[in-house]
Design a protein around this ligand. Structure first.
Ligand code: ADP
Length: 193
């Protein structure tokens, strides 16, 4: 199968993390989740992890400089070239998006598809309230969703001008949503030269 390079957008609680795992399992692309990378740093109790934890617990964003650094590092590893990548949770700001474009150009990597997993705010709020993750306090949820609308939603337009952009309905069962993603990704792969 040809490697595919993609970004998945979606509000917190949209099921983006779960769907990303299903997609990377099916298509073999390397799953690059900044949230997972940051949580791994916290678990290892590195100095960097401790700093990130303070920011994350408040529902704020880790600096663009730090995020762009860890993403560039990961994209530069050889498995990405062979297997493709799926970016999950990044970019979240225009600064991260611009830095990403530069890094992809530098590494001669294409961007084949940008997905937006669409789930309305009411629905994601109730999903998050019931999942009970440590950083899912009501206040932090509201702050993260606010930041998403402010910082990340404008990127959808930025990327829709850059190439293939698809909105996927994120309501329904995990399998139903995956089938929608699967159909779009399969089509894009078969169109890829
Ligand atoms: P969620 O989708 O619920 O925000 P993530 O696992 O994607 O969960 O991220 C958890 C936290 O990690 C975010 O609230 C933020 O503080 C930090 N984080 C993750 N990715 C980024 C990013 N690209 N830019 C800035 N901060 C990030």
């Amino acid at each position: 199968m040809k490697p595919i390079n993609l970004i998945i957008f979606g509000r917190q609680g949209s099921g983006k993390g779960t769907q990303s795992l299903m997609v990377t399992e099916e298509f073999g692309s390397v799953h690059i989740s900044t949230g997972d990378m940051l949580r791994a740093a916290i678990e290892q109790a590195t100095e960097f992890g401790l700093q990130a934890k303070t920011v994350m617990d408040r529902g704020e964003l880790v600096s663009d400089e730090v995020i762009s650094g860890i993403v560039a590092e990961r994209l530069g590893q050889s498995d990405v070239m062979q297997q493709g990548f799926l970016l999950d949770g990044v970019p979240r700001t225009l600064g991260q998006a611009e830095s990403l474009i530069a890094v992809l150009e530098g590494l001669d990597l294409s961007l084949d598809l940008v997905l937006n997993l669409e789930v309305p705010i009411d629905e994601v709020t109730s999903r998050m309230m019931s999942r009970g993750r440590e950083d899912d306090t009501e206040e932090a949820i509201a702050r993260r969703l606010g930041l998403y609308e402010q910082e990340t939603a404008p990127l959808l337009e930025f990327f829709s001008e850059k190439g293939v952009f698809e909105v996927i309905d994120g309501l329904g069962s995990e399998t139903e949503v995956f089938e929608r993603l699967n159909a779009v990704i399969t089509r894009v792969i078969s169109d890829k030269k």
